[in-house]
Ligand binder design. Sequence first.
Ligand code: SF4
Ligand code: SF4
Length: 156
Amino acid sequence: MKKIIITENDPNFKYDIASQPGAESFMRCFTCGTCTASCPVAEVNDEYDPRKIIRMSILGMREEVLSSDILWMCSRCYTCAALCPQNVKFTDVISILRDMAVKEGYVQPERLEKALELDKVIQSLRCRIIENKLHPEENNSKEILKAIEDELGKEW
Ligand code: SF4
Ligand code: SF4
């Protein structure tokens, strides 16, 4: 596990986040873990942990957070925000962190738009796979595989 050296972190990072609309209450997080326990992405990806992202942000780990691939895993479903006992709107925090990652040059600006488009594609694939399961006789598996292949071929 990487050692955290507080003096190397950015003490202003948490204030930069909290000053944005939607993130005002994020420092109220008391690490209960409800967000992580309820998150559909965390359920399938051990690396994804909203509680940890908040803790790292409060600790000032600006570069680690903003350069992390994990920022782009959130499906923005709002489950965590709905259940948080401290009214932390983590979905809004993630959007703010993504914006900051763009503004501070960690990713290309187009990534924001592409992330939203990809969420739609993933939802559409989900519906198509369910249809395929419900109506296997219609056999749309080739179209589904083609849609996945097309998506994987796009630059991100
Ligand atoms: S549910 Fe809220 S208080 Fe609990 S860890 Fe997540 S953000 Fe923090
Ligand atoms: S909004 Fe993101 S972090 Fe929150 S529960 Fe949904 S996928 Fe998980």
